[in-house]
Design a protein around this ligand. Structure first.
Ligand code: PCA
Length: 213
């Protein structure tokens, strides 16, 4: 079993991105699965191209992309990616698409095919806060999640794939008021729990993870 874990380059003026910092620290072997780690440019299109090349080379069974969601207080397992780029800030190569479809021939949205509820449960059972998120935003994280699920839908139907957002780590919030953070070790543990849940749950569990608003 091969699991590809990706994190992003820093963006938006940050010096580090906790997503790749955490991915880098994962063991090479988790619950018997071989873990491959990669850093993805925080750039529209190029992010999907980079991911595609790695998938073609490594042929993973599972792909979990990870990104920073500054301002969120827990680890959020994303449910859905939508077919739109709408960038509030420029990416790392000064692209700022507004209301552009990611793929003209793609569906409006694709759902993660990871066992998202089992992932959240496993993280919470290990005493780390996590929840389901029903929006990955409209920046590069939604973009790559959509690109991954488009690829899975069209070509790599055996791959299980999806996306996790992680909070800032404490060093990023020094001097910022009322901005939550999570220590890197807990983010790493959370990712490890997600891998375990994905490897061990062919089908998702049925528990509520919904939100009223
Ligand atoms: N977070 C951004 C893009 C890269 C990252 O780590 C996002 O949430 O879209």
């Amino acid at each position: 079993m091969k699991v590809l874990m990706t994190g992003f380059e820093p963006f938006g003026g940050e010096k580090i991105n906790p997503s790749f910092e955490a991915v880098k620290k994962l063991d090479d072997q988790i619950v018997g699965a071989h873990i491959i780690k990669a850093e993805i440019p925080t750039v529209f299109r190029k992010s999907i191209e980079t991911l595609t090349k790695i998938i073609e080379k490594e042929k993973p069974d599972i792909v979990i992309c990870v990104g920073q969601a500054g301002g969120r207080c827990d680890i959020t397992v994303e449910r859905v990616a939508i077919n739109i780029d709408d960038a509030r800030i420029s990416d790392n190569e000064d692209n700022q698409p507004i209301d552009k479809k990611i793929y003209e021939d793609g569906k409006n949205a694709y759902f993660s095919n990871l066992p998202i509820k089992a992932m959240v449960k496993e993280i919470n059972d290990n005493l780390i806060p996590a929840s389901i998120s029903n929006t990955a935003g409209t920046f590069v994280c939604n973009h790559i999640m959509y690109g991954l699920l488009y690829m899975i839908n069209k070509k790599y139907t055996n791959i299980k794939g999806g996306f996790i957002h992680v909070p800032f780590i404490p060093e990023q919030v020094i001097g910022k008021k009322n901005v939550p953070s999570m220590i890197l070790d807990n983010i790493v543990k959370g990712l490890k729990c997600s891998i375990k849940a994905t490897v061990e749950n062919e089908k998702d569990i049925i528990v509520s993870g919904g939100a009223i608003c």
